[in-house]
Design a protein around this ligand. Structure first.
Ligand SMILES: [Zn+2]
Length: 223
């Protein structure tokens, strides 16, 4: 567990057995969507279990270190509640990603688009149905298995603020193939194209450079 990056230059990151995932989206709700992540030709899930969910929530800015530590100790004592909380988070992520694909220019299957919003609203309502949980989160409740839903509630708050409150927030999608990471486009003049310049942006630049070099070599053979 590492929450590196206190400077604004280096985004915070979650380090897991699958590797590092950086908080590049500019919003925790979008970073949450990006925990299902393309690396090469493989789609990886950075939230395979409850512990990962709790640990990821710290660099995402949704849990304090102290809350995470308490939840990681609580989870093995209430494994069913922990599993239910993890399942709720994954269901929310699936519906949220479907909603985002709709917003950012279409998912692969238009047939699945229309039901995404009612389902998302239903999942948000359910995740936010215990306001006491959010209000009293500062007070440690080490014997209360409902505390295990704290990360889900915090994620739901973040998602709700993007999904339900109308605002001029331009969401974009990384052009890296097959990245497709979601992000907030905060620049008015220059549309953001990549989840990060030092990964997807550079790869695209390098590809462009290589194809230009090849074109040059074809024009000037033997030089
Ligand atoms: Zn990308």
């Amino acid at each position: 567990m590492n929450t590196s990056g206190l400077s604004s230059a280096e985004p915070r990151a979650y380090f897991s057995a699958l590797g590092r995932i950086r908080m590049l989206a500019g919003d925790p709700a979008l970073d949450f969507a990006n925990t299902l992540h393309w690396r090469g030709a493989q789609q990886m899930d950075f939230l395979p279990d409850y512990q990962a969910l709790a640990e990821w929530s710290v660099p995402a800015g949704l849990l304090s270190e102290q809350e995470m530590g308490m939840l990681v100790l609580l989870a093995p004592r209430f494994p069913r509640a922990a599993e239910a909380a993890h399942s709720a988070a994954i269901a929310l992520r699936t519906a949220w990603r479907a909603g985002l694909e709709e917003r950012t220019g279409g998912g692969p299957n238009p047939e699945t688009r229309s039901p995404s919003s009612p389902l998302l609203e239903q999942l948000l309502t359910s995740a936010l149905s215990d306001p006491g949980l959010l209000m009293s989160a500062g007070a440690r409740r080490e014997d209360d298995e409902r505390m295990l839903f704290l990360p889900v509630s915090r994620i739901a708050l973040a998602v709700a603020s993007l999904a339900l409150i109308p605002a001029e927030r331009a969401m974009g999608r990384c052009e890296g193939d097959p990245c497709g990471g979601f992000f907030l486009n905060t620049s008015r003049s220059k549309p953001r194209r990549w989840c990060s310049m030092d990964s997807c942006g550079n790869r695209a630049k390098a590809r462009g450079f290589r194809s230009r070099m090849m074109a040059e070599e074809i024009r000037k053979p033997g030089d």
